[in-house]
Design a protein around this ligand. Structure first.
Ligand code: 9MR
Length: 324
């Protein structure tokens, strides 16, 4: 299939970024709706593509019934545990033989290396941690393994280039492995920017290849696979203030900027290639610039983070990644 045909087919179906999340698959208790996810998975199977499932247990995009006791209060520990098992077991069995790897737990560690707890602000807090304690992570992996012993099970998170966060993730993974928990790999979300931030309090201040390399070394030293799971390179630099007049448009996404983005992609892929024995997959968070989460927010702020442009033609970044 040509790139154009593949892209057309992709956009004729649905995007895969949200269709396997808890709220998409189990909007009401024990009613599983697989239609949208099945369309993507079947398309991928027909076209010989490998599929990663995203995500079984996460603090976000959950249905409201999940953490509720149905009487205005919080669900009990036992009931939440059995809801988690029911979800994981149903979903993983449904896709068994088609989805080769799962993001079992997503975003459980904070920037300072601590667990994402229940005491954070809405939208940030983890009700899983609040109700079940940190043991929910080990349980999620055990349930997923029980449902599909052949699936590769991943812990997935962002900002792996921050030293304190990568250490926190390492410590958690080491603890899981020491307890015999079936975890097989780490996903690096890899939502990058065209350059690191110059603001020392900004997370992206640490967004250097050398820091990412440290994360890859640390995780693979545990014998875990590493996968790049949600790659994109935004044109916006964290810590810089933009407004409607400085938002990028097709006109201001100049050849110079395209070359700069390509160089940033090249720099990351040079690192990935150096660690080819540890890195077993690279997945982009989208295909072409006309459909990216980075243009979903801050109305009017369009971004151009992927390898294909709005018309689905390859960009200089595509050449940088492919020609080496
Ligand atoms: O790309 C997803 C976007 O369409 C949703 O609005 C958003 C809601 O939280 O989730 C996005 O995907 C996220 C992924 O599930 C986890 N890592 C960060 C991704 C970008 O926010």
């Amino acid at each position: 299939m040509t790139h154009a045909a593949l892209l057309k087919a992709h956009f004729n179906s649905v995007t895969a970024e949200n269709e396997m999340k808890f709220e998409s698959l189990q909007r009401t208790e024990n009613n599983f709706t697989y239609d949208a996810a099945d369309r993507i998975v079947n398309f991928a199977v027909e076209n010989n593509m490998k599929i990663r499932g995203h995500a079984l247990v996460w603090h976000s995009q959950n249905p409201s019934w999940l953490f509720s006791n149905g009487a205005g209060g919080t669900v009990s520990r036992d009931v939440l545990q059995s809801r988690m098992r029911n979800h994981i077991s149903n979903v993983v069995r449904h896709f068994r033989g088609k989805v080769y790897a799962w993001d079992v737990v997503n975003e459980a560690i904070m920037e300072d290396g601590s667990y994402r707890s229940g005491s954070l602000a809405d939208g940030q807090r983890s009700r899983w941690h609040e109700i079940l304690g940190e043991g929910y992570i080990a349980q999620a992996f055990r349930y997923a393994h029980e449902a599909d012993p052949d699936a590769k099970l991943f812990y997935n998170d962002f900002y792996n280039y921050i030293p304190a966060k990568q250490q926190g993730i390492y410590n958690m993974l080491k603890g899981l492995l020491d307890q015999g928990v079936p975890v097989h790999g780490v996903g690096l979300q890899a939502h990058f920017n065209i350059e690191p931030s110059t603001v020392s309090t900004n997370q992206a201040y640490y967004q250097h290849v050398a820091n990412l390399e440290e994360a890859i070394k640390l995780y693979s030293s545990l014998g875990l696979e590493v996968q790049v799971t949600e790659l994109d390179v935004s044109l916006y630099i964290p810590g810089v203030t933009y407004n409607a007049s400085t938002f990028y448009t097709a006109a201001t996404f100049t050849d110079e900027l395209k070359a700069k983005q390509a160089a940033r992609y090249r720099e990351f892929f040079e690192l990935f290639r150096r660690y080819r024995s540890a890195i077993t997959g690279v997945t982009f968070w989208g295909i072409a610039d006309d459909n990216t989460w980075l243009s979903e927010f801050s109305s009017g702020r369009k971004d151009f983070p992927l390898l294909f442009d709005d018309d689905h033609n390859p960009k200089p970044a595509f050449d940088a990644v492919m020609d080496f």
